[in-house]
Design a protein around this ligand. Structure first.
Ligand SMILES: CSC[C@H]1O[C@H](OP(=O)(O)O)[C@H](O)[C@@H]1O
Ligand SMILES: Nc1ncnc2[nH]cnc12
Length: 301
């Protein structure tokens, strides 16, 4: 065991804004800047700024004006751009449908698990020529969840800590049979975007947590109409102030200098690489430098 002191990390907070959240309030020194990555361009320029002296970077997940559907998002570029921008912690904000009676529209859920039913997306930075298998047994960072919980309480916003987010491919909403199936699996909420986003953040060793904002009861609830985009947008407009206040409170708290993440999200690649150094593909390795340079440069993996 090493006796060296825990490094002092100055966090940079990334915020990925979902449907209805295309900007964040209160940022100082704001600047939209293009960030290119070895996996192509992210959904939009990134908004750089500071809040109470904490550096933050905002990305509208679908782009400003929402031109990109869930299956066409370049999830790898989005996470790689955050990594290149120096982001250490990501707050993912998402509109979701509720799969439980006790999670009504307007309610917030601090997600702790996912079931990934997406299938038409690139899910890893690694590939033939450099294979890695990270653990996503606990796919979100509990430290970010703790801060979300504390701030939601202070702001008096109704929320639930914990719940499984079912990730569907979309873009069509679910059939009633699918919705009932996911309910029978014990899922709390449903959306189309948080995977592979969370898996890629783990590969990039960025702490990541989802605050889901319920906008509808999907299509299973007999007393509520089936979800429509209009309904999602209407509830998100009502919720947007809550989401903005939450982010504004979370950033200064998460931005305090700290040591390594106790949950180990920032060391996820240690012991994850399996390809022998002599079988690694140089072209892929050079792409991976921005994501995995920390572990690839040490040859004893
Ligand atoms: C506009 S309704 C469906 C859309 O909203 C959610 O997006 P996000 O997670 O980015 O808030 C859902 O996943 C769908 O992409
Ligand atoms: N019911 C639903 N299904 C999938 N994604 C959603 N986003 C918001 N509501 C949703």
């Amino acid at each position: 065991m090493s006796n060296s002191p825990a490094p002092e990390i100055k966090p940079v907070i990334g915020i990925i804004g979902g449907s209805g959240l295309y900007d964040i309030a209160g940022l100082e020194n704001k600047e939209w800047r293009r960030v290119d990555t070895p996996w192509g361009a992210p959904s939009d320029e990134l908004l750089f700024g500071t809040l109470n002296g904490v550096r933050c970077v905002f990305l509208p997940r679908h782009g400003r004006g929402h031109p990109i559907p869930p299956s066409r998002l370049n999830y790898r570029a989005n996470i790689a751009a955050m990594k290149i921008a120096g982001v250490t912690d990501i707050i993912s904000l998402s509109a979701v449908g509720s799969l439980r009676e006790d999670l009504p529209p307007g309610h917030f859920v601090i997600v702790d698990q996912f079931i990934d039913r997406s299938f038409a997306r690139e899910k890893s930075f690694f590939d033939t020529g450099c294979v890695a298998h990270v653990s996503v047994a606990d796919p979100v960072c509990p430290r970010i969840g703790d801060v979300a919980e504390e701030k939601l309480k202070e702001l008096n916003i109704a929320f639930t800590r914990g719940g499984t987010y079912l990730v569907m491919e979309g873009p069509q909403f679910s059939t009633r049979a699918e919705s009932e199936l996911y309910r029978s699996w014990g899922c709390a909420v449903i959306g189309m975007t948080n995977m592979p986003e969370a898996k890629l953040a783990r590969e990039a060793e960025i702490c990541y947590a989802t605050v889901a904002m319920v906008t509808d009861y999907d299509c299973w609830h007999q007393d509520h109409d089936s979800v429509t985009v209009d309904a999602v947008v209407r509830v998100m407009q009502q919720n947007a102030d809550h989401a903005r206040s939450l982010v504004k409170e979370m950033i200064p708290a998460l931005g305090q200098p700290r040591g390594l993440c106790p949950a180990g999200c920032d060391r996820a690649l240690e012991h994850a690489l399996i390809t022998a150094p002599e079988r690694r593909e140089p072209a892929l390795l050079s792409k991976l430098e921005v994501i995995a340079g920390r572990v690839l440069s040490s040859f004893d993996n």
